[in-house]
Design a protein around this ligand. Structure first.
Ligand code: DGJ
Length: 721
């Protein structure tokens, strides 16, 4: 049993393969978060409870016995009831105050894991893989009831959490905040790792020690954002890539999030992850339930690298779904960097023929095929083919591409509308806007109000027609601006702050229609590159375009940063015509992700074609290794400005691909590389030099790789078997 309830001590213990999480029910039914960390067999938490200090308020029934919400490790705490730290939940009641004081009422333990209505989640492959605890905590004064849902995975050190809030009273109430995960840690000797960025510079790793007070990151852009990712890590001070205690968290959500840590004056930490309360409120009528998104949490005492591998395995096994969870993904070429908006049928057919000659399997027709779209000023929302460009229609183009032996893929940006579009002229109130204000434009476009069902139905019907009438085997779903003027024409004034969450629910509804109606289409997420790289999008699409930056040197930090919490199988990575390095290095870097091309195949020289053909062969040779292997980061570009190196080791440790990239040449530097993750007792032969080494030698002594790839942009791979 992974979850036990000790009725005498009133303690819950939730075990995964390597972790324990302990929740206590104290007197007066206060719910306390007592422990999360390495697996422990027993529970002696009495000393954790009574810690009140001067000025700590206490429930009068306790007298001066030393218990106060002020200083206790409250599991899921609201404002105004003695806990002054940042609140996980706040419900404003019919009296107009938001005092929220939740006490234990009931619990249930069951096998498996339930979905959350309307929201993407991770899943248990079988009911035996996971066990779930639901705890009802009720505010008896207002009737606000939260159900805290914890699922533990028996064979992985992973726990998921979510919260639903039900109005059990006969009066309307208003949820002001509802975080999905609230975690108390008894100390503050942790570093916070977050991932900042911008367009073409996503997921830059930033590490800072926790300090007293509030700290954290958020998105207010209506999407996960380029600027901050919802993935967050707490590393014990001194922990490294290979050693030490690390907690990793992420939210299965694509809207405004907040990831916040508060260290109190007693040196304890509270960490919260969930919907950003800044832009949120939800009206809850009697009997109604609100569902907050799922949060994932991971713990290991074996360093950041092991935390990454836990996330990678978990997302590959328990998040990604559908045909392409296991089916081999076609090797694709995308038209964007090759042609931008300047293409017609003949050019694309030529691309397909040239691509086929190189061994490429799928052609993606990117932005510019619909309405009157010849640049980014128009036509979003008019999802019918531009027959001036695609003479003979989409049917003829797809058939010609297929006849050339290449599959066909298409681009959409379903949640957007151009002011210059037939859709906008027909429905001038369908864009996201608020009364009396001129809505902001970004990339000359508005956001379409997909919180509305009528709007979603229109877009869906347009997409369905194109996708059902043509042999389309891949779809790239883009999202190219942040949301401003957040409001919906259909919502009453008191519900306008529900807009952002309703928008995301609308997006998920559309995505769900797509993946259930067209299960054979390979779906790739995108948002101006990697602006919506999150686990929720991965629940629909097995891969996401990582960045519009295809320069392999710039990609080093982008892919290293992304790899901290997301597996290689999800990272869209293409070889483009950018000029910073040669094709060898472009291929070596892109090989780390879902490999593809983003160039005009007709323009390659014979020499470049030879390299591309070799890369295509490597793609097939290493496909299984990269998709299901284990990542070991060897030299991080965040720590070493000169070079970067990483390895992918097969799950059975029988093979390993090592990649080295020189970002800035420095003659004479010694590059002593110690490999990781191998079997010490096995022998590995290096394909490149024919030498055989023990795993122990490669890991403990290592190799001196000085002298290879010494100039800017040079790289190489070594394959050991
Ligand atoms: C942004 C994407 O990241 C690009 O790959 C491309 O699809 C453009 N949008 C098209 O507008």
């Amino acid at each position: 049993m992974s979850i036990v309830f000790d009725e005498q001590k009133r303690l819950f213990k939730l075990d995964t393969s390597d972790t324990s999480y302990v929740i206590g029910v104290y007197d007066e039914d206060y719910l306390l978060g007592l422990y999360y960390g390495a697996k422990i067999p027993d529970m002696h938490f009495d000393s954790f409870i009574k810690r009140a200090v001067a000025f700590s308020p206490a429930n009068p029934v306790f007298g001066h016995n030393g218990f106060s919400p002020d200083t206790s490790p409250m599991e899921y705490s609201g404002p105004g009831a003695g806990d002054f730290r940042i609140a996980a939940i706040a419900v404003r009641n019919a009296d107009g105050n938001n005092v929220t004081d939740l006490r234990y009422r009931a619990h249930r333990i069951y096998k498996g894991k339930q979905p959350i209505p309307g929201l993407p989640t991770t899943y248990a492959v079988s009911d035996d893989e996971a066990e779930t605890l639901e705890i009802d905590v009720l505010d008896p004064v207002t009737g606000a009831m939260a159900t805290l849902v914890y699922t533990v995975f028996c064979d992985q050190p992973v726990m998921t959490r979510s919260v639903r809030v039900t109005n059990t009273s006969d009066k309307t109430m208003y949820i002001e905040r509802v975080f999905s995960l609230s975690l108390g840690l008894p100390t503050m000797d942790y570093d916070l790792l977050t991932f900042y960025g911008r367009h073409v510079k996503e997921r830059t790793l930033e590490r800072r020690p926790l300090a007293h007070g509030l700290q954290g990151v958020q998105s207010m852009r209506g999407v996960t954002s380029h600027e901050q990712n919802s993935a967050t890590v707490l590393m014990r001070s001194g922990a490294t890539e290979d050693f030490g205690e690390v907690y990793g968290f992420n939210l299965v959500y694509s809207g405004n999030f907040a990831s916040l840590a508060e260290c109190d004056t007693n040196g304890a930490t509270r960490y919260l992850l969930g919907i950003n309360p800044e832009s949120f409120e939800w009206t809850l009528e009697p009997g109604d339930t609100f569902y907050a998104p799922e949060a994932v949490s991971v713990f290991t005492d074996k360093g950041l690298g092991e935390m990454s591998r836990i996330f990678h395995r978990f997302y590959n096994n328990n998040l990604i779904r559908g045909k392409y969870k296991t089916a081999k993904r076609p090797l694709l070429i995308n038209s964007w960097e090759a042609a931008y908006f300047d293409f017609d049928s003949e050019k694309l057919i030529d691309f397909a023929k040239a691509a086929k000659d190189l061994g490429i399997e799928l052609l993606v027709m990117d932005d510019g095929w619909f309405g009157k779209r010849n640049d980014d000023h128009s036509s979003l929302g008019d999802w019918y083919v531009n027959e001036d460009k695609l003479v003979g229609g989409l049917g003829r183009l797809v058939k010609s591409v297929n006849d050339a032996g290449v599959k066909f893929g298409i681009w959409y940006e379903p949640e957007m509308i151009s002011p210059d579009s037939d859709l906008f002229r027909a429905h001038p109130d369908w864009h996201v806007h608020v009364p009396s204000r001129v809505p902001m434009q970004s990339r000359w476009q508005y956001v379409l109000d997909v919180s509305r069902e009528d709007v979603r139905d229109n877009i869906w019907q347009q997409m369905y027609k194109v996708l059902s009438e043509n042999n389309i085997e891949y779809l790239k779903w883009d999202f190219n601006r942040s949301i401003t003027d957040a409001g919906s024409a259909l919502l009453p004034p008191e519900r306008q702050k529900e807009f952002h969450h309703r928008f995301i629910l609308g997006t998920y509804d559309l995505m769900n229609r797509l993946v259930t109606t067209f299960p054979n289409i390979l779906f790739e997420g995108c948002s101006g590159g990697g602006g919506r790289f999150d686990p929720a999008i991965l629940a629909f699409s097995p891969q996401i375009w990582t960045s519009d930056n295809t320069d392999p040197i710039e990609r080093l930090t982008i892919q290293f940063g992304t790899s901290i919490c997301y597996p290689a199988s999800t990272m869209g990575a293409h070889v483009s015509a950018c000029s910073r390095t040669g094709y060898e290095t472009k291929g070596n870097v892109a090989m780390w992700g879902t490999f593809g091309y983003e160039l005009d195949p007709r323009k390659l020289t014979e020499e470049e074609k030879t390299i591309v053909r070799r890369q295509v062969a490597d793609y097939h040779k290493y496909y299984d290794l990269i998709r299901s292997g284990e990542l070991y980061r060897i030299v991080s570009p965040f720590e070493n400005p000169y070079y970067a190196a990483w390895e992918i080791v097969s799950a059975d440790k029988s093979e390993m691909l090592f990649t080295f990239v020189c970002a800035h040449g420095i003659d004479g530097s010694q590059r002593m590389i110690r490999f990781k993750g191998l079997d010490p007792d096995r022998e590995y032969t290096c394909e490149q030099d024919g030498e055989t080494y023990s795993g122990a030698f490669l890991m403990h002594a290592g190799l001196n790789l000085t002298g290879k790839a010494n100039s800017d942009g040079e790289s190489y791979t070594l394959y050991f078997k």
